[in-house]
Design a protein around this ligand. Structure first.
Ligand SMILES: NC(=O)c1ccc[n+]([C@@H]2O[C@H](COP(=O)([O-])OP(=O)(O)OC[C@H]3O[C@@H](n4cnc5c(N)ncnc54)[C@H](O)[C@@H]3O)[C@@H](O)[C@H]2O)c1
Ligand SMILES: [Zn+2]
Length: 376
C-alpha cells in the first residue's frame, strides 16, 4: 500500500519598522500579540552587549509590559559566543520551558543576529516550537538575518550546523536601537545590503553606492532607507522566491557566503559575519570577472562601494587560499545535492554555476588578499 498526500501549512511572515519600540505609546508590539482569548505569557531575552550599552532598555521593557504577564527578562551574552556555547542556548531553552511558556505564548528576543539565532533556536525547539518575536538591534540583523526564517547555532566549529527552519511570529526593526553599535558592527549589515542589491536591484545598488560615504559617517537619514530596502528584498525573496525552507540545492541570497562562513571559522570568529561577507562578495566578484561573467568596471564599482562603506577586504586568513577553498565543499554539504553557487553576471543580475575553476578561484582569493583590486 502507498499513501501520499500533500501537506500545505500556511505561515504568516510579519515585518515591522518602527522607532523606540518599547516607548509606552508604541503599539507595534501590542498589535502583534493581540487576539488571544487568554492573555498569553511573555518571556524576554536581551543581548547582553545591547543591554550594557543601553542600560535604560530593561527598565523600559519592564514598564512596557507592566500590565501584561511577563515572565522574566534575561540578558544573553552577545556575539558569536552565543552560538558557539551550547550551554547558553540550552539555558535559554530551560528558562522558556520553566516559565510556563506554551505554544500560544511569546518569546521576545532583542538583539543582534547571534543572540536572535541562539534564542530563536531554543524557541524553535521547546514544545517543538513556540512563537518568537525578533527585535533586531544591529544593522546586519535588521537588513538580513533577523528577517529570515532560519535559526542556527554552531557545532563542531561549523557555522549553523544545528538549526531549524521556523517562521518567526514577527520581526521588528527599531532604528533607534542602532546608535550604540561600535564601528565594526555598524558597518557590518551594509555588506548584506551590497550583496542583495548586486543580486537583485541595480537601481538600489546605484543608490547605495552614492550613499556609501555618508553611511560610513553614520548618517542615519542616509542609512535607514538602505536598511529598509535590504530587509524588504531579503523578505520578499523568502516569501516569493518559492523555496523558503531551502529544499532545493540553491541559495540565491548567499552570494559570497561559501567563503564568508569559512573565513569566520578560519579567523576563529575574529571576523564577524558582515565583514566576512564583504570579503566573500569581493572574492566572487573577482572570480566572476575572471570567467567572463562580470565586466571589469562593474566589479570595480562593487569593490569601491564596499571600500567606501569602510570595509577592509584583505585579511591574513586569506593567505591560506587552500584552506579557504574548503568552504566550497562545506557549503555544498550544508545544502545537499550538487554544488550550486550564485555569481554576479552584471549589477542586479546573477548566474548559477555548478563547477568552479579552482585555479581561477585561488587566484581571486589571492588578489583580494593582496588588496590588488584596483587592477581588476
Ligand atoms: N539566521 C539567519 O538566517 C542568519 C543570516 C545571516 C547571518 N546570521 C548570523 O548573524 C550573526 C551576526 O549577527 P550580527 O552582525 O547582528 O552581530 P552579533 O549578533 O554578533 O552582534 C555583534 C555585537 O554587537 C552587540 N550588540 C548588539 N546590538 C547592539 C546595539 N544596538 N548596541 C551595541 N551593541 C550591540 C552584541 O552584543 C555583539 O557583541 C552571525 O552569527 C551570523 O551567522 C544568521
Ligand atoms: Zn549573511
Amino acid at each position: 500500500m502507498q499513501i501520499n498526500a500533500h501537506i500545505d501549512v500556511p505561515f504568516e511572515h510579519r515585518l515591522r519598522f518602527t522607532r523606540d519600540v518599547f516607548a509606552p505609546h508604541n503599539a507595534v508590539l501590542r498589535e502583534l500579540m493581540e487576539g488571544e482569548e487568554i492573555e498569553p505569557r511573555k518571556i524576554v531575552f536581551i543581548d547582553a552587549g545591547l543591554d550594557a550599552s543601553q542600560p535604560q532598555l530593561q527598565r523600559q521593557i519592564r514598564r512596557w509590559f507592566d500590565r501584561d504577564e511577563l515572565a522574566t527578562i534575561t540578558a544573553v551574552p552577545g556575539g558569536e559566543a552565543a552560538k558557539n556555547t551550547p550551554s547558553l542556548w540550552q539555558d535559554v531553552a530551560r528558562q522558556i520551558a520553566g516559565a510556563g511558556i506554551d505554544r500560544h505564548s511569546f518569546v521576545i528576543a532583542v538583539g543582534g543576529g547571534a543572540v536572535l539565532d541562539a534564542v530563536g533556536f531554543a524557541a524553535a525547539t521547546v514544545h517543538r516550537g513556540v512563537r518568537l518575536i525578533r527585535v533586531c538591534s544591529t544593522t546586519l540583523s535588521q537588513s538580513d538575518s533577523g528577517v529570515g526564517v532560519k535559526s542556527g547555532v554552531n557545532l563542531a566549529g561549523k557555522k549553523n550546523m544545528l538549526g531549524a527552519f521556523a517562521v518567526p511570529w514577527a520581526v521588528i526593526n527599531d532604528f533607534d536601537l542602532l546608535h550604540t553599535l561600535d564601528e565594526v558592527n555598524w558597518r557590518a549589515g551594509f555588506s548584506e545590503a551590497v550583496k542583495v542589491a548586486l543580486i537583485k536591484d541595480a537601481a538600489f545598488f546605484d543608490d547605495l553606492c552614492d550613499r556609501a560615504g555618508a553611511i560610513a559617517q553614520r548618517d542615519m537619514a542616509c542609512a535607514e532607507p538602505v536598511i529598509r530596502r535590504s530587509a524588504e528584498l531579503h523578505f520578499r525573496h523568502i516569501v516569493e522566491g518559492g523555496d523558503p525552507f531551502e529544499l532545493g540545492s540553491s541559495r540565491p541570497l548567499d552570494l559570497g557566503h561559501w567563503s564568508a562562513h569559512r573565513l569566520e571559522q578560519l579567523s576563529k570568529f575574529a571576523l564577524g559575519h558582515g565583514e566576512a561577507v564583504a570579503i566573500g562578495v569581493a572574492i566572487d566578484v573577482v572570480y566572476a570577472t575572471s570567467i567572463g561573467l562580470l565586466r571589469d568596471d562593474d566589479a570595480r564599482r562593487v569593490v569601491r562601494c564596499l571600500a567606501d562603506l569602510g570595509f577592509v577586504l584583505s585579511h591574513e586568513v586569506l593567505a591560506d587560499s587552500r584552506a579557504v577553498m574548503e568552504g566550497l565543499e562545506e557549503f555544498r554539504e550544508h545544502l545537499g545535492g550538487p554544488l550550486t553557487l550564485i555569481l554576479p553576471a552584471g549589477i542586479g543580475r546573477t548566474a548559477t554555476v555548478h563547477t568552479v575553476d579552482e585555479h581561477r578561484m585561488v587566484d581571486a582569493i589571492q588578489r583580494v588578499a593582496d588588496g590588488a583590486l584596483t587592477a581588476i
